[in-house]
Design a protein around this ligand. Structure first.
Ligand SMILES: Cc1ncc(COP(=O)(O)O)c(C=O)c1O
Length: 413
């Protein structure tokens, strides 16, 4: 009988961190900063370091098996995303991947071109495009947030899109606002206009595994250290877009699609360990749905639906528990259409004080601008250094974790 809800006890057993006293006593809500790591990933990482931490590929067995593990890591990530391995760039981070992508887009722009960025994005998906515009003479256009909701209105985008728009860089969901943005609609409008769309999925992917075959973006990036794995940036780039870009790799690596935008040669073990994400989704699928011949892509989508449904319940529990307090919740005040990533400010206390009050009860939730400085400024937050308190959930959080947050926030308001 397939499960209709996530077995959180099972999930927590898959994360060895919870067996450690520190994590066991902590209610962890810093997930948007970086998630805990699945045991399957840790096992793969340890195996690589313990058994074959060598320069991979070669004739000798120890070199060969190291290379095979890296290939498996890459392949597993591509399979989870349902895309060919050649379309996946693995870099040190999403900031680095987007910066590299922006450099590679230089030949596509001229002084007549326009690039749209949003007022809701993390700096990683604004600054790189701003610098590209400065280098090429193109114009940077900002799709602003709505003053009352902090959301991105499609009608505003439609008014900005014109025949000079070469590229749109937008977030799937902001690390502060949490609303799921109308990315499909933007891609459809952009495609009809010969405009490329680069999607930042860093804050979305930990809550809903991206469905790239359905979305069909030109490029999509997210960070695997927020999806239960090693510290890397994962970036999909579609074939026709990739073929237009200026390669950023060593000249002799041109022609190897997955190396086109590889400027770092990231940690071999960290790449190998990505196969652990596939192991984790498979293990979770087996637990919840039984034996199955589904592909890794399908398994990830099925398991992700359970994760998301669980997080939605937690998100409502939080929002229902604090809605009547003298606080400002940025973005939607109910879970529909948003991720369980809630930023708020208090009318009574600084965000630093809120974070400290939570920390005193072993609840981890940070405060600040979270590198979305421009967003905080346009949302009218004057002290951006104090910024917002962010309560960011993952599927391994429990109702008890959320109740602890609600109790502290209620007690001090
Ligand atoms: C929404 C969003 N985009 C981009 C980034 C940058 O990701 P990375 O740390 O991998 O460079 C972050 C990091 O927190 C983020 O939250």
């Amino acid at each position: 009988m397939p499960a209709n809800h996530l077995d959180v006890d099972f999930v927590r057993q898959c994360f060895p961190t919870f067996a450690e006293p520190l994590a066991a006593k902590t209610a962890f809500f810093e997930n948007a900063g970086g998630s805990y790591v699945a045991g399957d990933v840790i096992d793969r990482l340890m195996h690589f370091y313990r058994v074959n931490k060598v320069q991979p590929y070669g004739e000798s067995e120890i070199l060969r098996v190291a290379g095979e593990q890296m290939d498996a890591g890459r392949q597993s990530m591509a399979d989870l995303l349902g895309v060919p391995v050649g379309n996946v760039t693995l870099g040190a981070s999403t900031t680095q991947n987007f910066n590299t992508l922006a450099h590679a887009c230089a030949p596509l722009l001229n002084s007549d071109s326009e690039v749209i960025v949003t007022g809701q994005d993390h700096e990683a998906n604004i600054g790189a495009w701003e610098r590209l515009c400065q280098r090429t003479g193109a114009t940077l256009v900002t799709w602003p947030i709505e003053p009352d909701t902090c959301e991105l209105a499609l009608s505003t985008f439609k008014a900005l899109l014109n025949r000079n728009t070469a590229l749109v860089a937008m977030t799937h969901s902001s690390n502060i606002i949490g609303s799921v943005n109308p990315v499909s609609e933007v891609i459809e409008l952009a495609r009809a206009n010969n405009t490329r769309v680069v999607v930042d999925g860093v804050s979305f992917a930990p809550h809903q595994w991206p469905d790239i075959p359905a979305l069909k973006p030109d490029a999509y990036g997210f960070s695997s250290y927020k999806t239960y794995a090693t510290h890397m940036g994962v970036m999909y780039v579609a074939d026709d877009f990739l073929s237009e870009l200026e390669p950023q790799c060593h000249y002799f690596n041109i022609g190897y699609p997955q190396k086109t935008l590889d400027t770092t040669g990231p940690d071999h073990a960290a790449i190998a360990a990505l196969a652990g994400v596939g192991d984790y989704f498979s293990r979770s699928h087996q637990h919840h749905f039984g034996d199955s011949k589904a592909s890794l892509y399908e398994k990830a989508q099925h398991v992700s639906s359970l994760m998301h449904a669980h997080e939605t319940i937690l998100c409502d529990q939080l929002l229902d528990g604090i809605r009547d307090l003298p606080i400002r919740i940025l973005g939607r005040t109910q879970s529909e259409g948003r991720e369980a990533n809630v930023a708020l400010t208090s009318q009574k206390h600084s965000s630093a004080k809120l974070s400290k009050a939570l920390a005193e009860k072993d609840i981890a939730a940070g405060h600040g601008d979270f590198y979305a400085l421009r967003l905080l400024e346009s949302a009218g937050i004057k002290n951006t250094e104090d910024g917002v308190l962010r309560i960011s959930m993952s599927h391994y959080n429990t109702s008890d974790d959320v109740q602890r947050v609600v109790d502290v926030l209620r007690a001090i308001h």
